[in-house]
Design a protein around this ligand. Structure first.
Ligand code: FMN
Length: 214
């Protein structure tokens, strides 16, 4: 505790949002009000970014036909992923990996074109633009959870197909399809863990001292 720290209740709320945030793929049919979506986008815009580049761009997919075409792109990639997985194909096919058609709102999160002019912090690590956009998406995830709204990050798509569908500039790069909306309940733990697809590993396996430990 020091003069700059949040109150106990504020800290608890912050850690609660982080612990109870889930990647959601099941949504109910209740529409999301515009003000809440604005708040979630505002949270994105508060994120840190390399050289204050703010490399986030969002496309709100309002047209239902576009959403259907988007879903077809995701489904095509889902099938290709299933094939690439070999012996885990059937298990993967049983997983729910997106909620594009059932969520209230879909946003495409993308990196803009002309990113090469941003050199500060990216000369040796150009991928810091992606890291910055990811920070923005995490902010959205946390804000959505605090508002009681679910969000799912879908990365099963062919980027060029998305660029074509949404008339995106040549040098831009779509990174996420964000499915946002009301949910009946949040998963208690990662859905991939519930479905026994993968397990979370303890923190101490991720933290080394002095040298990288195998
Ligand atoms: C960069 C990124 C891409 C992801 N892409 C997908 C996806 O295409 N489909 C999906 O079902 N989940 C996707 N997820 C969600 C992860 O599966 C999920 O975060 C992980 O299983 C942990 O669950 P939790 O977010 O509920 O804690 C993605 C997450 C991240 C961070």
């Amino acid at each position: 505790m020091n003069d700059h720290s949040f109150s106990k209740a504020e800290k608890e709320a912050l850690y609660k949002a982080m612990a109870q945030r889930r990647d959601m793929r099941h949504f109910n049919s209740e529409p999301l009000d515009a003000k809440t979506l604005d708040k979630i986008l505002y949270a994105a815009h508060l994120a840190p970014s390399v050289g204050l580049m703010q490399p986030w761009r969002f496309i709100r997919v309002k047209n239902s036909d576009l959403r259907k075409q988007l879903h077809a792109i995701v489904n095509e990639e889902r099938m290709k992923t299933a094939e690439a997985l070999g012996e885990r194909k059937d298990e993967f096919c049983r997983l729910k990996v997106e909620g594009v058609l059932s969520c209230s709102d879909v946003l495409i999160a993308a990196l803009p074109d002309k990113r090469e002019k941003h050199i500060f912090g990216r000369r040796t690590l150009p991928e810091m633009d992606l890291a910055s956009l990811s920070c923005a998406i995490q902010n959205m995830w946390l804000a959505a959870r605090a508002e009681g709204i679910g969000m799912g990050w879908v990365s099963l798509f062919e980027p060029e197909a998305l660029k074509k569908l949404f008339k995106m500039p040549k040098g831009s790069h779509p990174v996420a399809i964000l499915c946002i909306g009301h949910v009946d309940e949040f998963y208690e733990k990662p859905m991939l863990e519930i479905e026994e697809w993968a397990k979370t590993t303890p923190l101490d396996e991720k933290v080394f001292e002095d040298y990288w430990e195998e």
